[in-house]
Design a protein around this ligand. Structure first.
Ligand code: XCC
Length: 637
């Protein structure tokens, strides 16, 4: 149980816990409880198991051995553990990006006939970023050259040339700073491999040198994310504002419910298409409302942003949709998928279907996804859902009737389009003007996960309300966006209720100019975790417009429930790009005073960014606001 005793702010969780008990299933919260007390050495980051002479544990309080068998001290151990996490995060995000880039290449070569390039303008924008001229070339030819230029960010051997998707997406002054510090990656894969190599036993022992390699890997993570988002937009469309719903009430009793879970839109897009195509088969099976696709975690965010597919829940409560007894299939791709789902599906009729070679789960059926046969796989999966529906036990159906309206789809482009309503010639001007005059004090990007260590979603909601009151513009991605969506904070009503007066006035002016019936939502949904780079693209546009570097902007980031290695990588690049970045969960580094000092203090001198660690949400909001105020002061506004 978390300190305050409440496991989640999401009432659906409380409602379905008795069902979990009834079917004899331990949820993530139960499993957390069973782990307590968690290992104190692990929490401090001082346990080293990089070689089989270990595991070695160093007591940072000086009570016991102060070195591992090889002689590594606590600083080396903590730094090595941390940067291995960053490398894993970078590997995960960039593998997603590589998959998208390779699919673009396959499409351009005619090997993925089911796909089309839905947003040619976005492809042209990508071409400009990777220095591909579009003059006189066919869309296919451009796609091919963009894909190849992008894949060079995974293969370039010249260490003097930085990754193009980093170089062209941050202000020139930031790029200079990164290059000077020697942390600009030339090749995503090489940088990840470098971390594995330098953390091998008996290699890099200097904590600062290790951390610098970590910053480089974090920027490789950024690069992989950026290209994943931009090329996904080219393939599937750039999100535009869309209204949908969130929470378990989106599951329909009279429909074949198919949940998409994970991160990658390559297959889920087809599942959505095929759901429409096979509606009659579902109706024939008795599902009068046809096929209902629902999202979980970030695959959910992807299809919410582009198609308005409702979201069922975020990471920590991903076991809940199955517990309703009304999910007929859950299709998963990669990352943040709980292995427990394999066990849980045994209690229900649900088909759990894995689709990627790198992600198989005992208990699941595997239908391997290939770009060449995407629609065929999607049809097979949807038909499995229809068959499972016929086996659904109505006696086990238990759908909490709770859902909130969500206005999502706020890509950077969508925000700019909305601003064009106020100034068609210079859409960023109204935003800059309102930041300068203080109507908008600053911007906070909420990112990151859920964790059992705190009350699910609570810190997100508390910090957002505190900052909104103080006229801070709020953006969100990933499971943070899921928290706000479920809590009804992505609505115009939330703006009316919780925004400070001047923020409300600005959001209303933009909303009205954009043809909405009221203000923009209190929290703008920018997408999945890979889409955090959408916020950077907006920040970079702002910085370039004002003529300053990113570390001068009153822009901060917050990850109140960070958990995954991807979140560690994201937090690290946010700091490397110059943003004050809040962590609401204590990072596993406190065992080393050197590493802690670099991350929360010394890094400021190199990148301008720093970590703020604060587990109390109200205090965190105050610290984030102070960071914004300080930036404003330094800018003289
Ligand atoms: Fe995973 Fe993206 Fe974290 Fe959620 S936020 S728990 S990484 S699903 Ni990205």
């Amino acid at each position: 149980m978390t300190e305050k005793g409440k496991i989640s702010c999401d009432e659906c969780v409380n409602e379905l816990m008795p069902v979990a008990r009834k079917v004899g299933f331990d949820t993530a919260w139960d499993r957390y409880e069973a782990q307590l007390p968690q290992c104190g050495f692990g929490l401090l980051g001082v346990c080293c198991k990089l070689c089989w002479k270990g595991p070695c544990r160093v007591n940072p309080l000086g009570d016991g051995p102060d070195r591992g068998v090889c002689g590594a001290d606590v600083h080396t151990i903590v730094a090595r553990n941390l940067i291995r996490g960053i490398a894993a995060g970078a590997a995960a995000h960039s593998d997603h990006g590589r998959h998208i880039a390779k699919t673009l290449l396959e499409i351009s070569e005619g090997h993925a006939p089911d796909y089309t390039i839905k947003d040619e303008n976005k492809l042209y924008k990508a071409a400009e970023k990777v220095n591909v001229s579009v003059q006189g070339k066919s869309v296919n030819q451009i796609a091919k050259e963009v894909a190849k230029a992008t894949l060079e960010d995974f293969s370039r051997q010249d260490e003097g040339i930085p990754c193009v998707w980093l170089d062209k997406t941050v202000p020139a002054s930031r790029m200079e700073k990164l290059s000077r510090a020697g942390v600009a990656p030339h090749n995503i894969d090489a940088v990840v491999a470098d971390i594995m190599a330098r953390t091998h036993v008996g290699t890099d022992a200097d904590p600062v040198n290790l951390l610098l390699a970590g910053l480089k890997a974090a920027l490789a993570d950024y690069t992989g994310m950026y290209l994943a988002t931009e090329l996904s937009d080219a393939l599937f469309g750039t999100p535009q504002p869309v209204v949908t719903a969130a929470n378990l009430g989106v599951i329909k009793e009279n429909a074949v419910n198919i949940a998409v879970n994970g991160h990658n839109p390559l297959l889920s897009e087809f599942i959505c298409d095929v759901a429409l195509e096979l509606k009659d088969e579902a109706v024939k099976a008795g599902a009068t409302e046809g096929i209902n696709i629902i999202g979980v975690c970030c695959t959910g965010n992807e299809v919410l942003m582009r198609r308005g597919i409702p979201t069922a829940t975020n990471y920590l409560s991903q076991e809940l949709p199955m517990l309703t007894g009304a999910v007929d299939a859950m299709v998963v791709d990669v990352q943040c998928i709980m292995p427990s789902l394999g066990k849980l599906q045994e209690c229900f009729h649900t088909e759990l279907i894995t689709t990627m070679n790198s992600c198989k789960i005992p208990g699941a059926k595997h239908i391997e996804f290939h770009a060449a046969t995407a629609a065929e796989s999607a049809r097979k999966i949807v038909r499995m859902g229809i068959e499972a529906y016929k086996r659904r036990d109505p006696g086990k159906v238990n759908i909490p009737q709770r859902s909130s309206t969500v206005a999502g789809g706020f890509s950077a482009e969508a925000i700019i389009t909305a601003l064009e309503g106020l100034d068609a010639q210079d859409p960023l001007k109204p935003l800059v003007d309102n930041i300068v005059n203080g109507n908008i004090q600053g911007v906070t990007l909420f990112a990151g996960c859920n964790t059992t260590k705190v009350t699910q979603d609570m810190a997100y909601i508390t910090i957002a309300k505190e900052l909104a009151k103080k006229n801070v513009l709020l953006l969100a991605t990933g499971c943070g966006a899921g928290a706000f969506a479920k809590a009804g904070l992505m609505t115009m009503e939330a703006t009316e209720s919780f925004a400070g007066e001047s923020l409300k006035a600005v959001l209303t002016a933009i909303g009205k100019a954009a043809g909405l019936s009221g203000p923009l939502p209190l929290v703008l949904h920018m997408g999945s975790c890979v889409d955090n780079t959408r916020a950077v693209s907006l920040a970079t546009a702002l910085a370039n417009k004002i003529g300053v570097d990113l570390d001068k902007l009153p822009v901060v980031a917050s990850a109140p429930e960070c958990m995954s290695e991807k979140a560690v990588a994201i937090g690290t690049w946010a700091v490397t790009l110059g943003f004050p970045t809040h962590l609401g969960v204590v990072p596993q580094v406190l065992g080393s005073s050197v590493v802690t000092d670099v991350l929360t203090n010394k890094l400021k001198d190199i990148t301008g960014g720093y970590f703020i660690v604060e587990t109390d949400p109200t205090a965190a909001a105050a610290k984030l606001y102070n960071a914004i105020k300080q930036r404003r002061q330094e800018l003289g506004i």
